[in-house]
Design a protein around this ligand. Structure first.
Ligand code: G1P
Length: 294
């Protein structure tokens, strides 16, 4: 497999679970402490060696592009006021990677969103990161995308992240049927999008991190609308698994479901508890508050 330098991040969703705030603010720009949700995803990709990020955009998402662009007035003010620390925080953003945007003009499903990136990806393998999931790895652990890329290159096979979920949660995810190659490595035999618990092939869910060879595009092109009338990525993955092979690995790291209000709050609290400026203050507050609540 060729080196993996491109990643797709779909950002076209309407964010209805976070209305009313998402009426004007894209859900990808909601803050986790002091950074937009999307920046965590991009940092994960960049530290895995990704150079080109392809954002699959919807309408009303211009603030995302502005965030990664130059901000002349702000930078000028910060220089004049000698606020170099703050300046560095925003200056690095525009140099992190190439941000390329494509519009998905109709919301036809995740499979369709990914297919929109084909003209830019061409015949290169690529990573796909879904923004509703935030992954945390400490500084000594490769990011989840890096773990997938390493596995893909070592074994020359498309590779997706998987994790065990409770039976009552399988309806939220793509679920894989597998042959177990080891406790952490699986050969994917089938994928079912959001099954009922009684029909689920396993408890192994797809938490939104993938590395695919470009053949996935030819399968996506021929994928008919599936679950909920949408063109499902999981349906194309079934064909990829059968024709090219597909593996899944469990990963080292913590995963937050930031697409859900509770998961988003959890991510905020836990990232704040690691944040040098506020962690001590927050810890004291949480201890005091939990005593009051018990
Ligand atoms: C999508 C995918 C699903 C995957 C999930 C992870 O669903 O279709 O296979 O498990 O993301 O978040 P969505 O949550 O966008 O409905």
């Amino acid at each position: 497999m060729k080196a993996i330098k491109k990643a797709i991040i779909p950002v076209a969703g309407l964010g209805t679970r976070f209305l009313p705030i998402t009426k004007t603010i894209p859900k990808e720009m909601l803050p986790i402490v002091d950074k937009p949700n999307l920046l965590y995803i991009i940092e994960e990709a960049v530290s895995a060696g990704i150079e080109d990020i392809i954002l699959i955009q919807g309408r009303n998402k211009n603030s995302i592009e502005d965030f990664f662009d130059v901000s002349y007035e702000l930078e000028d003010q910060l220089v004049k006021k000698n606020k170099h620390d703050l300046l560095n925080k925003i200056k690095d953003l525009k140099n992190m990677c190439n941000i390329i945007s494509i519009r998905q003009k109709q919301a036809l499903g995740l499979g369709h969103a990914v297919f929109c990136a084909q003209p830019i990806i061409g015949d290169n393998p690529f990573a796909l990161l879904l923004g509703d999931e935030i992954m945390y790895t400490d500084e000594n652990t490769p990011t989840v995308t890096k773990q997938l890329i390493t596995h893909s290159l070592d074994h020359n096979v498309s590779t997706v992240a998987t994790m065990h979920v409770p039976a009552e949660d399988v309806y939220k995810y793509g679920i894989i049927k597998t042959d177990e190659l080891s406790k952490t490595r699986f050969k994917v035999l089938d994928v079912v999008e959001k099954p009922n618990p009684e029909d689920s092939p396993s408890d192994l869910a797809l938490p939104g991190r993938y590395v695919f060879e470009s053949d996935i595009f030819s399968y996506l092109k021929n994928t008919k609308p599936g679950k909920n009338g949408e063109i499902q990525l999981t349906d194309a993955m079934v064909t990829l698994a059968k024709n090219n092979g597909l593996e899944a690995i469990t990963f080292k790291g913590l995963r937050y479901d930031a697409g859900d209000k509770f998961g988003f709050l959890q991510a905020n609290i836990e990232f704040a508890l690691r944040h040098p400026e506020i962690k001590e203050q927050l810890k004291k507050y949480l201890i005091k508050k939990s005593k009051e609540l018990i």
